[in-house]
Write a protein that binds this ligand. Structure first.
Ligand SMILES: Cc1cc2nc3c(=O)[nH]c(=O)nc-3n(C[C@H](O)[C@H](O)[C@H](O)COP(=O)(O)O)c2cc1C
Length: 405
């Protein structure tokens, strides 16, 4: 998660019950390497003690009276001018109204007014307060001024009612914030298509042929591309992972659904990265009723080849001159890693292949770590050490961006 390293984030916290969730957000941002300056309104400080925030950030959490402490700098100007991002989460109806009017009567709204970066706000309030025309007008005004409004979500509210007004969850806010920080990254304006997960080929309504791919590497690559400002389309087979915020996700199940999604999205894509473990074979027919084990229908299953997605993309690129200028594949192998990866690179006319040895338990499939060797079509290779999948992804995305130039 390099995107947050040494980034100065001002986290404004206002007087909503959701303020307790901002402690988790402050903690996650700090763990990701950000320098988090929390600014609490008086109302927020009544709900969550500033020391809770300073304990997780390791930095002072500011309260309103800090504005009046004479120091060698003016606090709100310092916070406003030196931040890389200003996020107000939760943002009460009151603070939203003050910001819409350009009011500056507490340290937080004063900082927002003095900020060089345009604020992001995560409204949190009762459904009636949120839908009130006053709040809606204020949000419209802020939106027109370039303030990013994150959420709110629908669901259970502190009032005990259900409706729209819940603050987004800390992980979601983190996802929005990292995309926002990366908005001018090296892939700004580029469309990156990524496939992930293991396809499922149905035998009958309850059984499938699948593989052990977790989707973790593909999802991490999607996030790395988002961190560099790309428009990301993530075509994913079923996986148990949370979706990267701001990626356009196309869920698929079978190899042929994945192929269809790739073909329909790839003509105007700049980069295609195929990490999905696409089934090579599928049952020739799917039984329409569950096959009974005692009727012998499962003793032998007739299989046929699935469509070779990368080969089709390669053919389009070669013959029709359409398709992504950069195509990257993954070769998951258990033996003769480099040889097999090189022949896949050539057969499928790839620009780059990431070869990974999936025979080990401590890395590769299902693990959070991976060890890959990158091989370019001119024969150049680069062996990466064992790394977190997110770090492998950052490296791969940087290499993919270089191939675009
Ligand atoms: C327990 C409690 C919970 C509250 N929750 C919210 C809320 O979720 N959203 C909101 O807009 N106001 C909420 N309020 C009202 C605000 O705290 C109040 O409008 C306050 O003036 C906001 O000040 P601030 O915007 O400076 O933080 C709550 C008040 C209390 C006492």
């Amino acid at each position: 998660m390099r995107v947050f390293e040494q980034k100065r984030i001002v986290l404004g916290v206002t007087g909503s019950i959701a303020a307790y969730k901002s402690v988790t957000l402050a903690s996650s941002l700090t763990k990701a390497g950000a320098l988090v300056d929390v600014v609490l309104t008086d109302a927020a400080a009544k709900l969550v003690a500033p020391i809770t925030f300073s304990s997780v950030t390791g930095r002072k959490a500011y309260i309103d009276e800090d504005l009046w402490k004479v120091d060698d700098h003016v606090l709100h100007i310092e916070l406003g001018e030196k931040n890389d991002a200003l996020l107000i989460a939760p943002a009460t109806a009151n603070t939203i109204a003050k910001m819409a009017q350009g009011m500056a009567d507490n340290l937080l709204v004063l900082t927002a007014l003095a900020s060089r970066t345009s604020p992001l706000i995560a409204p949190a309030m009762d459904g009636g307060m949120y839908s009130h025309p006053a709040t809606q007008n204020n949000l419209d005004l802020l939106n027109k001024r370039g303030v990013e409004i994150l959420g709110p979500a629908a669901g259970h509210l502190a009032s005990g009612l259900s409706g729209i007004g819940r603050m987004l969850e800390p992980d979601q806010l983190l996802g929005h914030l990292r995309c926002w920080l990366g908005r001018n990254g090296i892939l700004k304006g580029k469309k990156v298509l990524i496939t992930a997960g293991g396809t499922q080929e149905p035998i009958d309504p309850v059984r499938v042929i699948s593989n052990r791919s977790s989707g973790k590497q593909g999802f991490a690559i999607a996030q790395a591309a988002l961190d560099q400002g790309a428009e990301v389309i993530l075509i994913t087979a079923p996986v148990a992972l949370s979706l990267p915020i701001r990626a356009r996700v196309i869920p698929v199940k079978t190899a042929s659904e994945m192929a269809e999604a790739v073909f329909s999205e790839s003509d105007d894509a700049d980069i295609l990265i195929m990490t999905a473990a696409v089934a090579d074979y599928k049952p020739t027919r799917e039984a329409d009723k569950k096959i009974k084990k005692d009727q012998g229908g499962l003793d032998a299953i007739q299989l046929e080849r699935t469509v070779d997605i990368l080969k089709e993309v390669a053919n389009s690129r070669a013959k029709k001159k359409v398709g992504p200028p950069v195509v990257i594949g993954f070769a998951a192998e258990t033996e003769n890693l480099l040889e097999n990866a090189k022949s896949k690179l050539e057969n499928k006319n790839l620009d780059l292949i990431a070869a990974n040895d999936v025979s080990r338990q401590d890395r590769g499939i299902g693990s959070d770590k991976n060890q890959v060797t990158l091989i370019w079509k001119d024969g150049q290779t680069r062996e990466l050490p064992v790394m977190d999948k997110s770090d492998v992804s950052d490296e791969l995305i940087l290499e993919a961006a270089k191939l675009l130039v």
